[in-house]
Design a binder for this molecule. Structure first.
Ligand SMILES: Cc1cc2nc3c(=O)[nH]c(=O)nc-3n(C[C@H](O)[C@H](O)[C@H](O)COP(=O)(O)OP(=O)(O)OC[C@H]3O[C@@H](n4cnc5c(N)ncnc54)[C@H](O)[C@@H]3O)c2cc1C
Length: 351
């Protein structure tokens, strides 16, 4: 059976969405059939690919779209399962104490959904809420060292026990180019922001959501803290296995595709995060870098959908917005389930 029977378009070490699909396929025994193609290489500072710029953590950032709530849940439980089993995939993940505040009361549906599965969840008593906050939750979250996690998954997936998945640097001009040979049975389309312009996809619902972040060395920070405002988003995320790096944010700027760093935004991030977690104002906090990334957002939520195009099968998996790490494993489970009928024609070699 051909190595390129299954093609995953849209990552080389970069895209967490494609990596999760590759991992899910490998777990179900299809690793031997996969070629992953993508344009970027590790270490590239290209704002057009998002995954290295993420915090990353699990947070209550999603809305109330039922798919998003389901993928969040599946993603949290899958990531937690990896940590608790001591799985190799969990090397750059950590359980971390988290507090989140909402200036506007989240919907009852949202609270009900997350409190059903989050570990150690407690509603913050009203008397303990900071001024201007309507609702608070503390729980055990999952933090990820985003760039290291992507590199690590790529390295694991290249091993024989995962099917020696082939990674190929290649830019495609159109979706159909991802059908590398006549033997290609299926393409998983995980191209993030490029879904808006890529011929064969050109999804008008897609748009970037800009985020500026400050990476700092802050040994005193051990917990995750977030505040979701009406027109701002403030967060502090410690990065696991990173020599005390924390990600300070940030912004959720819908439709803004300006990749330049804005000095006034860095000042605002430092002010807001210092107010939220005063320990950050200690002398041992040092700024390492300021960066900008674009969350691949989509009106009506991410698209995880199968499509037959001229007799060929594509499974789309893009538009994760600000949740690619937290929801990605849930989205990958659905994407692979959608392909089951085609995958069923391929021989399986279980992990
Ligand atoms: C500042 C910031 C903070 C964030 N924090 C979090 C967080 O805490 N938790 C969380 O869950 N999420 C977070 N996110 C969101 C998360 O990073 C994204 O949801 C996720 O990275 C999207 O992954 P992706 O694989 O869809 O896209 P990408 O990482 O952009 O991957 C797309 C891939 O497609 C490839 N590609 C594109 N065009 C072509 C082409 N023509 N040919 C070949 N390949 C192509 C690119 O090379 C790239 O590798 C954050 C994002 C930002 C910007």
């Amino acid at each position: 059976m051909a190595r390129d029977s299954i093609v995953i378009l849209g990552q080389v070490l970069a895209g967490i969405i494609g990596l999760n699909v590759a991992l899910e396929l490998a777990k179900r025994g299809y690793g031997q059939h996969i070629t992953v193609i993508g344009r970027e290489l590790p270490g590239d500072s290209n704002v057009d690919y998002t995954s290295p710029w993420a915090g990353a953590n699990f947070s209550g950032i999603s809305g109330t779209d039922p798919n998003a709530l389901r993928w969040d849940r599946a993603g949290y439980l899958a990531l937690m399962g990896l940590i608790e089993r001591g799985a190799e995939e969990a090397k750059f993940l950590a359980k971390t104490e988290s507090t989140e505040y909402w200036d506007e009361q989240p919907s009852a549906e949202k609270i009900k959904s997350v409190t059903e599965y989050l570990r150690d969840v407690k509603v913050t008593p009203e008397a303990d809420l900071p001024g201007g906050v309507s609702f608070g939750l503390s729980f055990t979250t999952i933090t990820l060292n985003a760039p290291a996690h992507c590199l690590h998954l790529k390295s694991l997936l290249s091993r024989p026990e995962y099917g020696s998945i082939k990674f190929e640097r290649r830019a495609v001009n159109a979706l159909e180019d991802a059908f590398l040979s006549p033997k290609t049975k299926i393409v998983f389309n995980c191209i993030g922001n490029a879904a808006k312009t890529m011929p064969g996809v050109q999804d008008a619902k897609c748009y970037p959501t800009r985020g500026q972040i400050v990476l700092a060395k802050a040994p005193a920070v051990k917990q995750n803290v977030m505040r979701h405002g009406k027109d701002y988003e403030t967060y502090i995320i410690p990065r696991p296995l990173s020599d005390s790096t924390v990600i300070l944010g940030g912004y959720l700027q819908k439709g803004d595709s300006d990749g330049r760093v804005r000095e006034e935004e860095s000042r605002s991030i430092l002010r807001r995060t210092g107010e939220l977690l005063p320990v950050l104002k200690q002398n041992d906090t040092r700024i390492l870098k300021v960066a900008v990334g674009f969350r691949p957002s989509r009106e009506t939520g991410a698209r995880v959908e199968r499509e037959e195009i001229q007799g060929r099968t594509v499974v789309h998996n893009y538009g994760a917005g600000g949740t690619g790490y937290q929801a990605g494993m849930g989205m990958a489970q659905d994407a692979v389930d959608l392909a089951q009928e085609v995958l069923g024609q391929l021989p399986v070699s279980k992990l």
